[in-house]
Design a protein around this ligand. Structure first.
Ligand SMILES: NC(=O)C1=CN([C@@H]2O[C@H](COP(=O)(O)OP(=O)(O)OC[C@H]3O[C@@H](n4cnc5c(N)ncnc54)[C@H](O)[C@@H]3O)[C@@H](O)[C@H]2O)C=CC1
Ligand SMILES: O=C(O)[C@@H]1CCC=N1
Length: 263
């Protein structure tokens, strides 16, 4: 679906792994062009082709209709910018709406999370708007993040920390699952190269299959157990085993870290 090009100019602060991916996604979608996207980085350089780059984030304030922060959490205090009259969006892990408002002077805060899959427009980007955010701010957030894959407004700021753990890292926890499966194959004597290729193909196919199927993953597992074949024997063991809790423990630990990383 061709995205409508927003008529607003967006100032992106930070153009590293995530910022550059988001910029590429916006330019690829057509929602932004080199005339409606400006970037500020410490070095004044960016890997994003054709987009103007400045070193002073404050220079974006007078030229942009909205700003998006994409710097490391510990770099936030070093972003010297005061933008009381602009909506400020952020994908900075752990940076709360209150902290962002106090740092940059705006009450209109959209706190979000995305992932480097934004470059392929395959990210999941949840976002939450502060009470002072306008309807237009919310529409802009959904527009910008929706152009990078799927986006959803949440109403509990804690869920941004949950998604920082769950969908922020790509491949993240899914790579950990893939590694466990590949290591199993190797323990059965399968050569590493073949085990790796097999598991990567499995996750590619499985992602497409689950995307095409409207049912929740739980239903897909149950369907295979009900089929009562070889997979059922394994999934039954897995369902009664420690996998769920182990994965939840990992995600919970990452969620908790998200709450402290920007302090
Ligand atoms: N890399 C990832 O997979 C994900 C990262 N994030 C979040 O995105 C944010 C950025 O992370 P990465 O892109 O990985 O970091 P990075 O280290 O790759 O890039 C950081 C960028 O910020 C710029 N920067 C740093 N201090 C600055 C300042 N004072 N003024 C202007 N620009 C400044 C750097 O020049 C660089 O362009 C972090 O808050 C991280 O938690 C969120 C989800 C996924
Ligand atoms: O690991 C991190 O800190 C960043 C935030 C979410 C994904 N990557």
């Amino acid at each position: 679906m061709t995205q409508t090009i927003t008529t607003q100019t967006i100032g992106l602060i930070g153009s590293g792994m995530l910022g550059a991916a988001m910029a590429r996604g916006w330019l690829d979608s057509g929602i932004l062009t080199p005339d409606t996207l400006l970037i500020a980085t410490r070095s004044g350089t960016s890997d994003v082709p054709g987009v103007e780059v400045v070193t002073d984030p404050q220079a974006l304030v007078s030229r942009c209709d909205a700003l998006l922060l994409c710097v490391p959490p510990d770099a936030l205090p070093n972003v010297k910018m005061h933008a009381p009259n602009l909506p400020i969006l952020s994908v900075v892990a752990g940076a709360t709406q209150d902290r962002l408002s106090s740092l940059f002077g705006s009450a209109r805060i959209i706190r979000a999370m995305s992932s480097p899959a934004a470059a392929q427009r395959l990210a999941f980007s949840p976002w939450i708007a502060s009470a002072a955010s306008t309807a237009a701010d919310r529409q802009l957030a959904q527009h910008l993040f929706g152009a990078l894959g799927k986006a959803a407004e949440v109403t509990d700021e804690h869920h941004i920390d949950v998604f920082t753990a769950l969908t922020g890292p790509v491949p993240g926890f899914v790579a950990a699952c893939a590694a466990a499966m590949s290591n199993h194959a190797r323990s059965e004597g399968v050569p590493e190269e073949i085990a790796t290729a097999a598991v990567k193909q499995l996750f590619l196919a499985s992602g497409i299959a689950m995307t095409d199927d409207p049912r929740a993953p739980e239903a897909l597992v149950q369907e295979m157990i009900d089929y009562a074949g070889t997979t059922a024997a394994g999934l039954s063991v897995l369902r009664d085993g420690p996998l769920r809790n182990a994965l939840a423990d990992g995600l919970r630990a990452a969620t908790q870290r998200a709450k402290t990383i920007a302090e």
